[in-house]
Design a protein around this ligand. Structure first.
Ligand code: 8GT
Ligand code: MN
Ligand code: MN
Length: 310
């Protein structure tokens, strides 16, 4: 209950009470087999005695089961595309219990509304063949806009997973001067061919013209989530590394870059931290043409994409 209150429900106060209680019980030099052993303890209230009694008697705790059910419902609300953990908690407090409950809620963003509408489809795994077909399709669209562009499916697909949660696609052009014509490829009009009806799907994420986060509907398959990002060639290796993941590996090498070298590693580059008195700033990125070079700069062995599933 300590962890559920802390991690999911964000109730620091209750979490603290349970943590103190747990630590107190753990510090006893004997195993508690009867409530008489704890009744007189300092800081042990009636409700705890009742709970311990229930656990000793039935091996269960109704209050915990209820809390777990509540946490489960909040986690489902938070699994809707565009709804984060904190908002899921707020929605729960407002009385929403299931994704269906959200169907007619008018305060959702357009992204969240789509997440609700296509919730079941989006949760289906995507066979990698379908990711490959989608990559090929996007490559075709991009080729008409900027011949010679590079189009790569990244994410779990690139790590060799048999099925994927979404489609992640990265785009660049080896000729930097073609970059401008490339950027417009993430505008929904160019990607409308991905979906059968016009009204739906394609949505731009934020205001960045070089990013597209949407839902597409292709060749009669279920509705799928897709992320498309366009990067200039000189940061492409960093972007490819970041969007191949997995996220544990990303965190690990970013942490290592920071503590070992004082570098800042991101999808935009590898920057050296400089400081003078209180001022801290980062230099221009250390140039890396390939992922391999990035690992070399960090003094690490190069892992093939399929070895990045931690
Ligand atoms: P999947 O099969 O569930 O889609 O698995 P995935 O392909 O590994 O996860 P993803 O959510 O599609 O993210 C692809 C990669 O992008 C991850 O490895 C993650 O580390 C990286 N990534 C970032 N920034 C962000 C971000 O803001 N959100 C998400 N979801 N992923 C990000 O570098
Ligand atoms: Mn993915
Ligand atoms: Mn993704």
């Amino acid at each position: 209950m300590w962890h559920l209150y802390e991690d999911v429900l964000g109730d620091q106060w209750r979490s603290l009470i349970y943590r103190k209680t747990v630590n107190k019980l753990r510090s006893l030099p004997y195993k508690v087999t009867s409530v008489e052993q704890i009744r007189e303890m300092y800081g042990v209230g009636k409700s705890l005695v009742k709970m311990v009694k229930e656990i000793l008697g039935t091996g269960q705790l109704q209050k915990l089961d209820n809390l777990k059910a509540q946490v489960g419902e909040i986690q489902v609300l938070g699994s809707v595309w565009g709804i984060g953990a904190i908002q899921a908690r707020e929605l729960y407090k407002k009385g929403f219990r299931t994704v269906k409950d959200l169907e007619n809620y008018s305060s959702l963003t357009s992204m969240q509304r789509m997440g609700v509408k296509y919730y079941d489809d989006i949760n289906l795994r995507i066979p990698r063949d379908e990711v490959a077909d989608t990559e090929k399709f996007v490559r075709g669209v991009v080729e008409t806009l900027a011949p010679g562009a590079w189009v790569n499916a990244a994410g779990s697909y690139r790590r060799g997973k048999p099925t994927c949660g979404d489609v992640d696609i990265l785009i660049t052009h080896p000729d930097g001067s073609r970059f401008t014509s490339l950027r417009c490829c993430t505008h929904s009009s160019h990607l409308h061919l991905l979906c059968s009806h016009q009204d739906l799907l394609a949505r731009l994420g934020g205001t960045q013209p070089d990013m597209f986060m949407g839902i597409f509907h292709f060749q009669g398959k279920p509705y799928r989530r897709i992320d498309i990002k366009v990067y200039p060639r000189h940061v492409y290796a960093f972007a490819l590394l970041a969007f191949t993941g997995n996220d544990v590996l990303n965190r690990k090498i970013r942490f290592l870059a920071r503590v070992k070298f004082g570098y800042k590693l991101s999808d935009q580059g590898l920057f050296i931290r400089e400081s003078k008195k209180k001022d801290v700033w980062f230099t221009e990125s250390i140039p890396c043409e390939t992922e391999r070079e990035i690992f070399e700069k960090l003094g690490l062995d190069y892992p093939e994409p399929h070895d990045r599933n931690w």
